[in-house]
Design a protein around this ligand. Structure first.
Ligand code: BMA
Length: 827
């Protein structure tokens, strides 16, 4: 197999314009125009609207390449395009090779007849996706949710939906060659497919079966071809097996006697095995495929039980509580995606104790490195197929397109240890049952054909061993109460979209909540990056254009009014909006974790942003953690002590999501607003592995008989084993806006150690939601946005490796800013 790369330098221009611009492949129209200075940054102020107009044009890409006679002499020469976005006409040396219309597919074209020895030219024209979907929509209307923020008609085209706008994303439907492009030359045969299965038997040994598909052409001399497989353990020991490739399909087996099992984060290690499958002809290597696998069993238990029907991940035989978030594309400008950036995001997930991530269906199937990182760091991936919030029409062409794209991607992704679920779509079964849109019988039937017949069937054929779920949310299909609380997974939006108070979360015991969320603004530093000084008020056109959910800013303000005092300025409002979001999510998740067993999953909406915007994300576009992400780190802690307060009654529950039992001491204190301890106590607790247990019920009705008394007191609690604090917390007994806070007079010291900085924060009076930040620097802190009783000191660590740019202790001290809730309002 010989590969001729066509990545790299191309030239591009709007079709039929005079001037050519430099282009980089893989890349996109938007990134080329930006680099060449033709367009302004679409994320700055309201430039998005002007840049959008550029996508009404067609663009052409062109380059030359050299083919030497040896390559040209090869029996097979295929042009491989791993990603063309989207409506493309490919021309080689003046002849049309192919037209494509699906960004999610990998295309292989026989290019041999069009090639010459020496210089060749390839040209790809991309037609306007906007003009196309608008035209199609005129011909045949397809409904889509969020119709006031999106380009109508997007479900007609197999292109990441969010690029046409979403309730967190701009309308920037970019185009271009977004993944690798190359020519592949082959002689005699190629390894068309490798599919790995693993069988775990009761003695603990694992049989790895490698199913192969070999494509041969010309004269069949199968007995000369040999398949070899080599499996290398994480410690570097290799086992080999080989067999003659006598037919097109083959099968090799290896037995691993003492497997090192792969576990999700928080439950064990992530050992990975390297598998190399070679196709040999005598001594010469014809083709090779390398896969990295993890040995584990991973499925979803979905069975009737006392509460309805379970929905829980079972890994290596243990039922686990999924803790994660929904992942959306990391950037609207495709070329800004890279492994390094994704690794930082995955590390942020792991730092916040995630064991799971859902790839939402309105984007694209992530690159291989995304799944590699999830394998390495231990995040179970829930992968939606790429359909979200809209109707689809099963025309013959559409059916062929989606079949091809699903098979391409399932085959690409299925071997990953982290892959936990394939799911048919986002919210379409639910929409057909509960949402309002003009429902046509034909398209309802098409839904069934597409999501209940075709997609499960072809996914199962390509990957029979990964759990398949028809839609999210779903109760198992057939339009049977898709968002039922007691079966399957649930998207719970009554708090955000429905305007219900946070307390509402505690009324529900979902089996698995795969979406629920609350918005906030990014921090001031982030807002400054996309606004001019005069824009910094949430009702300016620029700030409103960076809020895509209609009524979103009013909902944030509504929430602020319920929980916090009126913020004194723009910066305080941004900060308070983040506290609100963090509190909303904490309310839900702690409750579901207290009910572990019945509830088995929390996947909040949403992890990240694809541009700077007010949204549900816990990490903003610039990678800065919002208050929520620090809160997630606390409420997703493997062992969690949490409080369910109701008036003067406080129930303390320990949730243990580790494989070991917890034996610890629980200490609690009731303090008044000046941080004088009024009552205290302690008790020993034993909590079995993978369980939740009520530890204590405290009743302060005698001491705190009315609302005024509740406002003047708070409860702290701590779970310790020896000198180690396993989990701790502080619960208010009234809303923060009603707590008569005093100036906490925060003091701080910063010291330097070899690998990290140590920051001690001291409060003279009760301080709520203390935030540490730096004027210029960006750093990951061990904790932030935390409470501190008066007289207490909290130690925070900043790993030197967690600083985006290196900085000395003086610089850190000089830039450090501290604030707490007390600083956000005028008294
Ligand atoms: C859910 C998601 C997204 C959306 C989010 C916020 O319904 O599936 O489509 O962005 O809610 O509204």
């Amino acid at each position: 197999m010989v590969k001729l790369e066509l990545n790299g330098a191309w030239q591009m221009r709007a079709l039929n314009e005079k001037e050519w611009w430099k282009a980089e492949v893989p890349g996109s129209v938007m990134s080329d125009l930006l680099r060449e200075g033709i367009i302004a940054d679409p994320y700055y102020r309201d430039e998005q609207y002007e840049v959008f107009d550029r996508f009404r044009a067609d663009y052409e890409y062109e380059r030359s390449f050299h083919i030497d006679p040896e390559l040209l002499a090869m029996e097979r020469l295929e042009l491989v395009c791993e990603g063309l976005d989207t409506i493309a006409e490919i021309d080689v040396n003046g002849s049309l090779l192919a037209c494509t219309k699906n960004m999610h597919r990998t295309y292989r074209f026989d290019v041999r007849p069009l090639l010459n020895a020496g210089d060749n030219r390839i040209r790809i024209v991309f037609r306007s996706p906007v003009e196309y979907v608008e035209r199609k929509q005129q011909e045949s209307y397809l409904w889509a949710a969020n119709d006031n923020y999106v380009v109508q008609g997007y479900p007609h085209l197999r292109k990441a939906h969010h690029m046409f706008g979403w309730d967190w994303g701009p309308k920037l439907p970019d185009s271009g060659i977004w993944r690798d492009i190359y020519i592949e030359g082959a002689q005699h045969a190629r390894l068309k497919d490798v599919y790995v299965e693993q069988q775990h038997d009761t003695s603990g040994q694992v049989t790895v079966t490698i199913n192969t598909e070999v494509e041969q052409w010309g004269e069949k001399e199968g007995n000369q071809l040999v398949l070899q497989a080599a499996l290398t353990t994480p410690n570097g020991e290799t086992q080999q097996v080989s067999a003659a490739a006598v037919s097109d399909t083959g099968c090799l087996q290896l037995v691993v006697q003492k497997p090192q099992l792969w576990w999700p984060n928080g439950l064990g290690e992530q050992p990975l095995y390297k598998l190399e499958v070679r196709l040999m002809s005598g001594q010469s290597l014809i083709d090779v495929k390398e896969l990295r696998i993890g040995l584990r069993t991973l499925t979803v238990r979905n069975e009737p039980d006392e509460w309805g029907e379970s929905f829980e991940f079972v890994v290596n035989g243990r039922s686990i509580f999924a803790m994660g978030s929904n992942y959306i594309p990391e950037d609207n400008i495709r070329s800004k995606h890279n492994r390094e950036r994704t690794e930082r995001l995955v590390q942020d997930c792991v730092a916040a104790n995630f064991n799971c991530i859902r790839v939402w269906g309105g984007g694209f199937y992530p690159d291989d490195y995304f799944f590699d990182l999830c394998d390495e760091y231990g995040l179970i991936v829930w992968q939606d197929h790429l359909f979200a919030c809209s109707e689809y029409e099963m025309t013959a062409e559409f059916t062929e397109e989606i079949k091809a794209e699903v098979i391409d991607n399932v085959k690409r992704i299925r071997h990953h240890a982290s892959l936990g679920i394939w799911c048919g779509n986002n919210e379409m079964e639910w929409a057909w049952v509960d949402w309002k849109f003009p429902k046509r019988a034909k398209l309802r039937t098409d839904y069934i054909k597409q999501f209940e017949i075709l997609l499960p069937q072809i996914t199962k054929e390509a990957d029979p061993n990964t759990f398949y779920w028809l839609a999210s949310p779903s109760s198992g299909g057939g339009f049977d109460e898709p968002n039922a609380p007691h079966r399957g997974d649930v998207h719970y939006w009554e708090v955000w979209h429905g305007g219900k108070p946070f307390t509402e979360y505690r009324q529900h015991y979902f089996r698995f909540c795969s979406e629920f969320g609350f918005q906030s603004f990014p921090s001031l530093k982030s807002v400054e990056a996309f606004t001019a000084a005069g824009d910094r008020n949430i009702f300016t056109p620029v700030m409103e254009s960076h809020q895509k959910n209609e009524g979103g800013n009013s909902k944030i303000l509504q929430g602020v009014s319920q929980h916090f005092l009126y913020p004194k300025d723009f910066d305080s409002l941004l900060y308070v909006s983040q506290l609100l979001q963090a509190e909303a999510m904490r309310y839900g998740v702690e409750h579901w974790r207290r009910n572990r067993g019945r509830c088995m999953g929390s996947v909040y909406w949403q992890l990240n942003d694809c541009w700077p915007v007010a949204s549900w994300s816990s990490i903003d576009y610039y990678g800065r953690w919002k208050a929520l992400h620090y809160s997630v780190k606390r409420f997703y802690a493997p062992v969690l002590l949490s409080a369910e307060e109701e008036g003067a009654a406080v129930k303390l529950v320990v949730t243990n999501d580790t494989l070991q039992p917890v034996n610890a001491v629980l200490k609690w204190e009731l303090s008044d607003i000046r941080s004088v301890v009024i009552q205290s106590g302690e008790t020993e607790v034993q909590v079995a592995a993978l369980s939740a247990q009520p530890a204590l019920e405290l009743d302060f009705r005698a001491a705190l008989p009315n609302e005024a008394a509740l406002r003047q007191h708070y409860v702290t609690y701590k779970l310790t084993a020896g000198s180690e604090v396993i989990s701790d917390g502080l619960t208010l007994l009234a809303r923060p806006k009603h707590i008569p806070l005093e100036d906490p007079q925060l003091q701080v010291t910063v010291a330097e150690e070899e690998e990290r900085y140590v920051v001690d924060v001291k409060a003279e009076e009760l301080a709520l939601f203390i935030e540490l930040s730096f004027t210029e620097l960006d750093a990951s802190l061990s904790d932030n946005f935390f409470h501190l009783p008066g007289g207490d000191t909290k130690r925070i660590y900043i790993a030197k490796s967690g600083l985006r740019e290196a900085a000395g202790v003086q610089e850190l001290r000089g830039q450090l800013k501290l604030r707490s809730l007390y600083d956000t309002y005028v008294r």
